[in-house]
Ligand binder design. Structure first.
Ligand code: ZN
Length: 246
């Protein structure tokens, strides 16, 4: 079955809708790796949309903070301000949905999903050394993770860890990762709502396992989101960074 893999949507409905439009007809089921809310201006609308997709969803750190499950004291002041704003915006049924999201790792149809890392949902996997434990201990050949907002990942083959980079070449909206027998993969589909890898386009993946994973980048109307953030009084640094993908 073909899975649409979404992560770090961060209450950005415009980026989510652009991604869904680009991926239309190419998947059968959706999974979401957490951070449905936080940073962005549309927490209720994004939760409604994710629920309408019947997406298999695990929680991220911003979902815990936005629902009130965590107190956000470990967040920087800007992220914390938005977590508190998000809490005030959420309709009760959406707050409850967010609060009840399971933590990863979660097994889905032969692959695994986590928000941060296999052993710790809040751990960031930026470098090969950080990914080694997850690669070695993952219960499946392919695990999808988010949290860093960087599309790419890591692979373990013959006891050697390599970094996966994906650069869509302009012509095609996606790059295809072929899954090699004997290798183990940690794949980050990128962030829908707040990419931080220098590419402002929304990132997501479509998995057709055990064969391949497509890593997508889709442009969206960043200014429309920035205007809604301004109207909601969200912090200026968060508004600016969307344009740079940082
Ligand atoms: Zn996130």
């Amino acid at each position: 079955m073909r899975y649409l893999i979404l992560s770090d949507i961060h209450a950005n409905l415009t980026a989510l809708e652009a991604s869904l439009a680009a991926a239309k007809g190419r998947w059968e089921k959706v999974v979401c790796l957490g951070d449905v809310v936080g940073y962005g201006p549309d927490p209720n609308e994004v939760i409604d949309r994710v629920r309408s997709l019947d997406a298999i969803t695990i929680r991220g750190n911003h979902d815990k903070a936005g629902s009130g499950l965590a107190d956000a004291t470990d967040f920087n002041p800007v992220a914390r301000a938005v977590a508190l704003w998000t809490r005030n915006q959420l309709r009760p049924e959406n707050q409850e949905w967010l609060e009840k999201l399971p933590s990863g790792p979660l097994s889905v149809d032969g692959f695994t999903i986590v928000h941060g890392a296999v052993h710790d949902e809040d751990e960031y996997l930026f470098a090969p050394a950080q990914a080694l434990d997850s690669l070695a201990d993952a219960p499946s050949t392919v695990t999808f993770f988010g949290h860093t907002h960087i599309q790419g990942g890591f692979t373990l083959h013959d006891e050697k860890v390599s970094v996966l980079h994906f650069k869509p070449d302009g012509g095609k909206p996606f790059t295809t990762l072929e899954i090699e027998p004997g290798a183990t993969y940690m794949v980050n589909p990128g962030s829908i709502g707040q990419p931080r890898d220098g590419d402002a386009r929304a990132g997501f993946a479509i998995a057709d396992l055990p064969h391949c994973v497509e890593l997508w980048r889709v442009p969206y109307d960043v200014e429309a989101v920035q205007k809604r953030m301004e109207a909601s009084g969200l912090p200026e640094p968060l508004i600016q960074r969307l344009a740079f993908g940082r």
